[in-house]
Design a protein around this ligand. Sequence first.
Ligand SMILES: Nc1nc2c(ncn2[C@@H]2O[C@H](COP(=O)(O)OP(=O)(O)OP(=O)(O)O)[C@@H](O)[C@H]2O)c(=O)[nH]1
Ligand SMILES: [Mg+2]
Length: 209
Amino acid sequence: MKIRAVEFIKSAVKPAHYPEYDFPEIAFAGRSNVGKSSLINTLINRKDMVKTSSRPGCTQLINFFLVSGDMPQGDAPQEELSLVDLPGYGYAKVSKKIRAQWQPMVETYVGTRNNLLGLILLMDIRRDPGKEELDMVRWLESKQMPCLLVLTKADKLSKTKQLKQLDAACTAFNRDRNGIVLFSAKTRQGRQTIWDEIHNLIDWYQEEE
Ligand SMILES: Nc1nc2c(ncn2[C@@H]2O[C@H](COP(=O)(O)OP(=O)(O)OP(=O)(O)O)[C@@H](O)[C@H]2O)c(=O)[nH]1
Ligand SMILES: [Mg+2]
């Protein structure tokens, strides 16, 4: 997608506050500090459109961004795409109250957002997938919600170790290598693959309409 403009629309906690548009939407989920905001910035070629932080727990609301640009193919030359930065989970230092809010907030979002095409679930390549991720993928599968898995911060490992972690994740999630993307916000490795997957979801959504 050739990006023309990106706009921060709003932050929301509950459905009444979500933007009312029904543009195709993709949401990014994952543990705190895994690199969700950085991945979105890399996709949209912005340095800090989405606030990033070395301090985990930076994003605690559902943040909506609207991207307009040109799709690689298709009839309509200009298209809108909504990108959603979900709050991170699993960070012990955020208060108990915030942690207790996280799960219902995300479950309600996924369960009620009709224009949501799929989730992109990020995991740090240096960690083995945890129970949270395995549960989340299983839950999304039960809802028939597409979920792309991304191993972030790939630049932190050698190529050999990247592939070793990729294979471990493939085994854990029972996917082949095409189902999991190696990504780095630093080197931009994997950026195009993620865009290709997003375009596939959009094409599929438009055919359904
Ligand atoms: N080396 C490296 N560092 C990264 C990469 N992606 C993110 N980081 C760093 O990891 C830290 C967290 O990144 P964020 O993008 O803010 O992570 P987040 O998942 O949005 O975090 P929360 O909003 O707290 O849930 C920052 O210091 C980033 O610079 C990457 O691909 N490579
Ligand atoms: Mg963030």
